[in-house]
Design a protein around this ligand. Structure first.
Ligand SMILES: Nc1ncnc2c1ncn2[C@@H]1O[C@H](COP(=O)(O)OP(=O)(O)OP(=O)(O)O)[C@@H](O)[C@H]1O
Ligand SMILES: [Mg+2]
Length: 263
């Protein structure tokens, strides 16, 4: 989402999908966590991924974030089949993930968390260089948050373990968006949050969507889905059972697909 890198997205995105899953399956022992799943994500899509517990949503997210490779099938990035494992490779392809837990290093500040695992020189080199580096990282993180209208007090001094769940989630999403050049994956971003904090997180997702960021968001909350997503993909027992534009469906219809009343 950085201005200087977004232009590096190659290809004609009007005809080539940003990301395409082609008959992707994932077996864990005898369990078919995903079975023949195909869909496309176009630039600017904000897709809600729903389904009952065990339907395969997190497995799908982990497949795109490079945690697991498919047992069969392929993932294409702008028309080219790619291997996304390990996660560092998915990140090189511009795919970032915000997990519900493990989102941030709790003893670090928000500013430090922005650069965890990114800056090779961070924590190394002569002391003066470290201090200068820290200063520039801190101001980069602060301006990225300011740019998104996120106000987090003490982002340079307070460890995230002393922040609210909402502030942590906002910081994690802002960090994902900052590094994401293609796709931001959100696995249940509002699950642990109260009403006001969920509302703030959804506002942030809307702001990122207005900037053209492509997102895939797992959620069990259809109200939340409807407030930000232009599309909904329903999973049931590892299979994709529906792929609908939010404007063309209803929550009742989506619930019917989730429960199997409709297939
Ligand atoms: N690492 C793993 N090893 C073995 N089985 C797994 C693994 N991860 C997921 N599964 C199985 O794959 C299936 C899909 O799980 P997944 O976590 O993707 O579901 P989900 O839709 O995210 O569910 P939830 O809503 O509960 O988070 C389940 O049957 C689960 O037990
Ligand atoms: Mg899950």
């Amino acid at each position: 989402m950085q201005d200087d890198t977004i232009t590096t997205i190659a290809g004609d995105t009007t005809t080539t999908a940003l990301v395409r899953l082609d008959r992707v399956s994932k077996l864990f022992g005898g369990v078919h966590a995903l079975e023949d799943v195909s869909f496309e994500l176009s630039k600017g899509d904000v897709v809600g991924l729903v389904g009952d517990n065990g339907a395969g949503k997190s497995t799908l997210v982990k497949m795109l974030s490079g945690v697991f490779g498919p047992t069969s099938g392929s993932i294409l990035i702008e028309g080219e089949p790619q291997t996304l494992t390990p996660p560092a490779r998915a990140q090189k392809h511009g795919i970032e993930t915000v997990y519900q837990d493990l989102a941030l290093v709790s003893s670090f500040t928000v500013a430090e968390n922005f650069f965890v695992g990114r800056e090779r020189s961070w924590g190394r080199g002569p002391r003066l260089f470290q201090i200068m580096n820290r200063r520039s990282m801190t101001s980069t993180a602060a301006s990225a948050l300011e740019d998104l209208n996120i106000t987090i007090p003490h982002l340079k001094s307070r460890p995230v373990e002393r922040m609210s769940g909402g502030q942590r989630q906002m910081a994690a999403i802002a960090r994902g968006a900052f590094w994401s050049e293609r796709l931001l994956l959100l696995d249940e971003p509002t699950a642990a949050l109260g009403v006001r904090e969920s509302h703030e997180v959804l506002e942030l997702v809307r702001a990122l969507s207005a900037r053209g960021l492509t997102m895939l968001m797992v959620t069990h909350n259809l109200e939340h889905l409807w407030s930000v997503c232009n599309r909904v993909i329903v999973m049931r027992r590892g299979k994709k059972v529906a792929d609908l534009r939010s404007a063309d469906t209803t929550m009742d219809e989506v619930v019917a697909y989730i429960t199997g009343a409709k297939s």
